[in-house]
Design a protein around this ligand. Structure first.
Ligand code: ACK
Length: 314
């Protein structure tokens, strides 16, 4: 039976260093469910030398998960084993035997950066609402109340540091977006969702052949037209991520259907400067969105620019 064979072909390998007993996991609730997978909050007993229960997030394919999704999760597991950086989500263990594949990572209390930014935006609107309900819709929401402009630079800088590390490891993320960054205690940014990440050690560019899964609005021109993914296409996505941060979680290219982007980007169209963003930050976005990948900055250069901005604002 092909499906049965497929399942066996996709079996994750046992790795004593990371294997965690399923019976030591106490599931609490589903915290995220997408088209391809599910994330559950759980308590893990005595995981990685931590005595007692630790809050963890467990990633799994959905019940209907096909071979493709399982492969992505296995890729994610093997990549997570190789990385260790404060701005990259930490692997704590895996259940690979006698049951569905579980990838156990640290739990990030504030969820994805996208939902975090949107909550901040709502909070600000809400507080204005309390003061002046009648005019609430007309009063613009400012960033000052719950995040300072410096906080936004700090978020960007932290993500940049995580990306610099991944690019030094010759890893291309391919799906960098605020939905794939998690927010941990103390507003620490953690890059996550490595399902689509590829090791590019052998060649500079990864040519993607399988069905596309990456949302078009974060993709670099060369990824859109030629399925070419490099660290420089991650830099483009980082520019879009900056735009998301400075709009407090808006969806890029508002009102533009994704299929129109193919033509728009080719003819030089780029997103406008968000109202809440300085010329300096918009300059960074535009550098990331250069047509030619070689003209885009490296993550190391971006980190330096953001570091200078952080220093200026102290
Ligand atoms: O914004 P959220 O509540 O936080 O919704 C998404 C959802 O799962 C899909 O990614 C949440 N999530 C994913 N990984 C983790 C994690 N390690 N800790 C906490 N929440 C997570 C994310």
């Amino acid at each position: 039976v092909p499906r049965f064979l497929g399942y066996h072909k996709c079996k994750a390998e046992y790795d004593a260093k990371w294997e965690f007993p399923r019976t030591n996991l106490l599931f609490e609730k589903v915290v995220g469910e997408g088209e391809f997978g599910r994330v559950m909050a759980a308590q893990a007993l005595n995981i990685r030398g931590l005595t007692g229960y630790t809050a963890v997030a467990v990633k799994m394919t959905k019940d209907t998960g096909n071979e493709h999704d399982l492969r992505d999760l296995m890729t994610e597991l093997s990549l997570l084993k190789q990385v260790n950086h404060p701005n990259v989500v930490k692997l704590l263990g895996a259940c690979t035997q006698k049951g569905p594949l579980y990838v156990i990572v640290e739990f990030c209390n504030d969820g994805s950066l996208r939902s975090y930014l949107r909550r901040i935006r709502q909070l600000e609107c809400g507080s204005y609402h309390d003061e002046s309900t009648a005019y609430a819709d007309e009063i613009p929401c400012t960033l000052e109340q719950t995040v300072t402009p410096r906080d936004l630079v700090s978020f960007s800088w932290q993500i940049c540091k995580g990306m610099e590390y991944l690019s030094d490891m010759k890893l291309v993320h391919r799906d960098l977006a605020t939905r794939n960054v998690l927010v941990s205690e103390g507003r620490i940014m953690k890059i996550s969702d490595f399902g689509l990440t590829r090791d590019i050690y052998e060649s500079d560019a990864y040519l993607k052949t399988s069905k596309s899964r990456i949302p078009v609005k974060w993709m670099a021109v060369e990824s859109l037209y030629d399925q070419i993914y490099t660290t420089k296409s991650d830099v483009w996505s980082f520019g879009v991520l900056l735009w998301e941060i400075y709009t407090l979680g808006a969806t890029p290219y508002p009102g533009i259907p994704p299929e129109r982007l193919f033509h728009l980007l080719k003819t030089g169209y780029r997103m406008d400067k968000p109202d809440t963003c300085s010329d300096e930050v918009y300059d960074i976005m535009q550098m990331c969105w250069q047509n030619s990948p070689s003209q885009r900055p490296t993550f190391t250069e971006l980190k330096k620019i953001l570091e200078d901005m952080l220093e200026q604002s102290t």
